[in-house]
Unconditional design. Sequence first.
Length: 571
Amino acid sequence: MALKEILPRLGLAGEAAEPRQVLEMVRPEHTVLDGFRPLSECLEARLSSAHWDEHGILPFVENDVPYLINNSGRLSEDAASLLFVEIREAQVEGPILVLEIGAGTGLFCRYFLDTFRAICVQENADFYDRLLYIVTDRSPRTCRQWVERGLFDEHAGRVRIGCGDGAGLVFAGLEGEPVAIGRCNAVFANYVLDVLPATIVRRCGENGSFEELRIRTHLAAQPDVLHGCAGLTLDEIRSTVGGGRNLARLAPVAGMFEHEVAWFPLEDTECPVRHALLQAAHPGDRILINDGAARFLQAAAAHLGPRGFILINDYGPIQPEQVPLHSASQRFGPTIAAGVNFPLLECFIRSQTGLEVLAGDGDEGRMIHSRLITAGLTPETAKSFQSRFSASAAEYFEAPLTAARSHSAAGRKDAAVDAYREAVERSPREWSLIAEVADYVGLQLQDHESGLKLARAAVELNPWYSAWVWNILGDCLYCLGRRAEAHEAFSQAERIDPNDERTNLNLAYTYAEAGDHRRALDCIARGLANPRRETYRERLLAKQQEILNAISLRRKMEGERLQHRTARFFA
Ligand SMILES: C[S@@+](CC[C@H](N)C(=O)[O-])C[C@H]1O[C@@H](n2cnc3c(N)ncnc32)[C@H](O)[C@@H]1O
């Protein structure tokens, strides 16, 4: 149809407007929540800090923040071996001090101590008895949760908990008493430099000055949509943002934030750490400046004993040309992180502290990058670092697991079991590996007895944080007909993560079998209200239908019996 025929049918007959004039009348609607601020101070970053502080380890148990990679036991074993070799080779005498910042689950510390003690027993060395491990996190909630869970009870006397900012290395105990940091033999920072303050800058103009990226936060959703899904009005959100208190309550609306970015002149360029970082920055249209990480490294370097080292494990660009592409923050559930500009920090360490920085061979192919920072190592320790932290070392441990998964996917059961056996031989204390094997053997191969034994071994290693492990144990018990014990295992999973869908589905089964339909339906409602994996939705709905049918049937039968009863009186 010709334009002049279709336009009247659309109610658009007449002269076309001048686009430039139309644009002059356009006024975009803004629901600004928070003005332009640098990356670490923007609303999303403040919310992230509030979430860590208020909820502690919750982002890990809910799997919003990946934590397996540093907390399976493997990294702890590597770090414990490294420290053992360094102390032995350098013939360190007297007390041995280890510091960890941003410890999160605390599992790295726990497994480190388990392994270090075992090596000392095996090698007949007294290092464990001379050791003090100061384990810290900025979140007071996290520190209290370690105590509530008894995470370090096995190592009483060897552990001290400190709460405080990793960038400044100032910590207080749970009663507020200062925790002094002496000369450290080892300082660990896993996945934490990426959450310390950072900003994004670019060079501008001829005079070498810098601009900083700042972020303004808007609300994308209409206020009525907002109220419907988060239960908060726009005024409530604004006053929470403005007041800066209870920020964590905004987590459910964070997905509705929209970010506007613009460049502003960079401030604080004369602050010594920032100045040094800017001097070292490679040219680029975006440069990630990890001020907080640099402050931590400088403070930690000043605390190192003569043979001490700093070991960092983190993600981020490792080549200068990768930096512009990686200069942004990433969301992990309600928390954010910005990665680490490794080339810049390495340059900073060498120029500002005089320490050396070592990377494992083949580091460029790894997702997580390890850096050993020292004043110099004994040749044996350098060898130990390569044998533990190179890509080929990682491959040695990961290859059988990868093979097992691919055999399992292809239905080659014997080969999968062989490969899993080899993986477990190489990593006998990795709880997540043993749990995966338990799941395969107990639930896929349906050897419930063996699966139960494997799951039992996995919960022994990590009874604290994984609803998944307790569910595997419960599933094996359930399949063996041990329903009451299965219910106990699922209830333990519920204590760890009440919203987990698999846990709620399992509890729906055990409650329904015990005739407690109300609780069974409550669990299903909780599972449906907290969707994390699509796979469980259908199963939860099917179970709900089954329970509703059972309730109807019971009522029908009760009604019939009542009718019979009445009829008897008149028979
Ligand atoms: C991504 S998690 C890493 C946890 C653990 N190290 C790991 O590898 O799984 C970051 C942790 O750092 C803590 N954190 C955040 N800001 C911090 C700061 N300024 N100083 C010390 N810890 C901080 C958080 O509470 C959280 O436990």
